[in-house]
Design a protein around this ligand. Structure first.
Ligand code: NAD
Ligand code: ZN
Length: 357
């Protein structure tokens, strides 16, 4: 048996208003006049947060369109543009939800690794450390701030660049940045964390490391979505730490059925991660009875709409392609259902499940 030896984020700042320390944090990492490049979620274009970005010299802000989940060609285009304009950059700072953070991680890696980011979709294919990279979440839940992957849709697959070079060098966890997110979005992304916890805690890969973080994260999700009557400043802090702990939990375990099925939806229909997981979780009583019951309670309590019938008009060919993508996520199924998962999750069973979504 070989134990996972995983790379973590090197530096972490947590606290309301900690974003104000960004200038001080970046200064020692500036290399001559090579700029810091801020990849900012397009939501913040024209918003007050921009005036707080500490621009010096040739520093540049690039608004990233996160209408769709990050693509390898989007990463390649940004990296090519930066190389053409500056040659070298001092660092890449991602400000936004999971999408903007994933773009920042990937662009950092593509500043030093040759070829296309699509060449590195997989496990441990990245050969060179990227440039200095900072993650600053404005939504809580994905765990992208702590993970060793950046999920990209490429020409042939939707798969992360999983490597020891992928985690951020620095993260800044400032709960103030999530406070104005719309309730629906906050819920979908928050449920990503809740679902990470259920899948990790109910999985066969579970050990005490993941359990400790997973239980804490679950506890924090419950405080926010079950116990409170309404969202408050403490909720932003709790969900931000839930996301962090949930990410740490899956660092040593794995996600499960909801993610494996939701990947198929996202590949075929472009369904976004958070909402896709919710659409699937809504129908997983058989696998996670207690978690699904509580999930439904949270949906109702927080007045959230979960889409249904999204697979109603699909052809058999389309169902097949979702089933192929989903069954390709072997570690997820093995974590969820054990070594004999292929006998349990047959194509017919999965076809029936997709049919219900
Ligand atoms: P997101 O980053 O896709 O953003 C969702 C929407 O919220 C966007 O329209 C964005 O502009 C907007 N937004 C962001 N911050 C906001 C704020 N403070 N106020 C108002 N609107 C705001 O959403 P997400 O759920 O955080 O991330 C999903 C992405 O993360 C997917 O691409 C998924 O693949 C990825 N992901 C990565 C990992 C990882 O480990 N790397 C894990 C899970 C998910
Ligand atoms: Zn997830």
């Amino acid at each position: 048996m070989s134990f996972r030896n995983f790379k973590m984020v090197s530096y972490v700042v947590f606290g309301r208003g900690s974003f104000n320390q960004l200038d001080e944090i970046l200064t020692p990492h500036r290399k001559g006049d090579a700029p810091m490049v801020f990849l900012v979620d397009h939501f913040f274009e024209g918003k007050a947060l921009l005036n707080r970005i500490p621009l010096r010299g040739k520093d540049k802000i690039i608004y990233v369109d996160v209408t769709h989940e990050p693509k390898t060609k989007q990463v390649d285009a940004i990296a090519a543009e930066l190389k053409a304009e500056f040659g070298e950059v001092s660092g890449i700072i991602g400000i936004g939800g999971g999408s903007a953070m994933d773009l920042a991680k990937a662009v950092s890696l593509m500043m030093t690794n040759p070829g296309s980011s699509a060449d590195y979709q997989g496990w441990d294919l990245v050969k060179e450390a990227g440039v200095y990279k900072v993650g600053i979440p404005t939504l809580s839940g994905t765990g992208a701030e702590v993970s060793r992957t950046t999920v990209l849709t490429g020409p042939v697959r939707k798969l992360g660049m999983n490597s020891d070079f992928t985690p951020f060098t620095q993260i800044i966890l400032d709960p103030e940045l999530t406070q104005n997110a719309p309730a629906n979005q906050r819920f979908y992304t928050g449920m990503d964390c809740y679902i990470h916890c259920i899948e990790s805690l109910e999985g066969t890969y579970l050990n005490e490391f993941s359990r400790s973080y997973g239980e804490k994260a679950l506890d924090l999700c419950r405080k926010v979505f079950v116990e409170k009557e309404k969202w408050d400043t403490e909720s932003d802090e709790q969900l931000m730490m839930a996301s962090y702990a949930g990410g740490m939990s899956i660092a040593y375990s794995q996600v499960g059925v909801a993610h494996a099925v939701s990947y198929g939806l996202s590949f075929l229909l472009g369904t976004k991660h958070g909402i896709g997981n919710c659409i699937v979780m809504n129908h997983l009583e058989e696998y996670y009875p207690a978690g699904v019951k509580e999930f439904k309670y949270m949906v109702e309590k927080n007045n959230i709409e979960i889409p249904t019938g999204i697979c109603a008009d699909l052809t058999e060919e389309q169902f097949d392609s979702m089933i192929n993508v989903s069954l390709g996520m072997k570690p997820l199924w093995e974590n969820a259902l054990g070594k004999d998962w292929e006998k349990i999750m047959t194509r017919e069973k999965l076809r029936a499940l997709y049919g219900k979504l």
